[in-house]
Ligand binder design. Structure first.
Ligand code: DX5
Ligand code: ZN
Length: 212
């Protein structure tokens, strides 16, 4: 499977969001949208109305990363706004994990489950075969521009071992650049999120190509 690159618009200029989406559009299939609530992570970013506006200006696949407590409350709203994939955190979904996945799948959208750097991959063992994507965070969620935590990469082995789905997408998010991206893909990751590395580069096409 070709590695799916998903630029994180957290590193874009929010006053020029459409311009910054157009900058990456020709080179990638996905767009990563980081949603933060100030509770699950110590930061607040963007939400439903912004996804709705983004949907109007691009046909990119909208990869929505919910860093919010009790994500089940907002699944329908994000789908209605135009999300194609919704990834939520096991640490935030508590007893609602099965129901949250079900809610996404019943609308025929892709579901993803994520673990923070300190969470063991065993925490998601019951869900790996119910979702389309596993997101392994390679920084503490909350902010762009942090340093890649290399110890997170070995989690891929366990996920691959228990997965029965040959099409499972294993995504890394946080501190991804031309060096760390390759560390992830060599282990078997097939999707990379990159914010700062892509948006701070002069040549977006070159930056995207250099990740894999
Ligand atoms: C962090 C976000 C990431 C972030 C990645 O909480 O989930 O998507 O934007 O940014 P970089 O690539 O700069 O680490
Ligand atoms: Zn993210």
């Amino acid at each position: 499977m070709k590695t799916i690159i998903s630029p994180s618009i957290l590193s874009a200029d929010f006053a020029n969001l459409q311009r910054d989406i157009k900058k990456v559009e020709k080179f990638v299939p996905w767009l990563h949208i980081d949603v933060m609530d100030g509770f699950f992570v110590p930061n607040i970013s963007i939400g439903i109305p912004v996804v709705k506006s983004i949907r109007k200006v691009t046909d990119l696949f909208l990869d929505t990363h919910l860093m919010i407590e009790k994500p089940i409350r907002y699944i329908d709203d994000f789908i209605e706004a135009g999300s194609d994939l919704i990834t939520f955190h096991i640490e935030a979904s508590k007893d609602d994990t099965y129901k949250t996945i079900e809610k996404i799948k019943e609308k025929n959208k892709k579901a993803g489950i994520s673990i923070k750097p300190k969470t063991s991959p065993e925490a998601i063992k019951d869900y790996v075969n119910l979702v389309d994507l596993v997101l392994i965070m390679s920084v503490e969620p909350g902010f762009g521009g942090q340093k890649f935590i290399e110890e997170t990469v070995s989690k891929v082995d366990y996920i691959k071992q228990i997965s029965k789905n040959p099409d499972l997408i294993i995504q890394f998010d946080g501190g991804i650049n031309n060096i760390t991206g390759k560390i992830c893909t060599q282990k078997g990751a097939n999707s990379l999120v990159a914010g700062n590395y892509i948006y701070k580069s002069e040549d977006i096409k070159k930056a995207v190509e250099s990740l894999i």
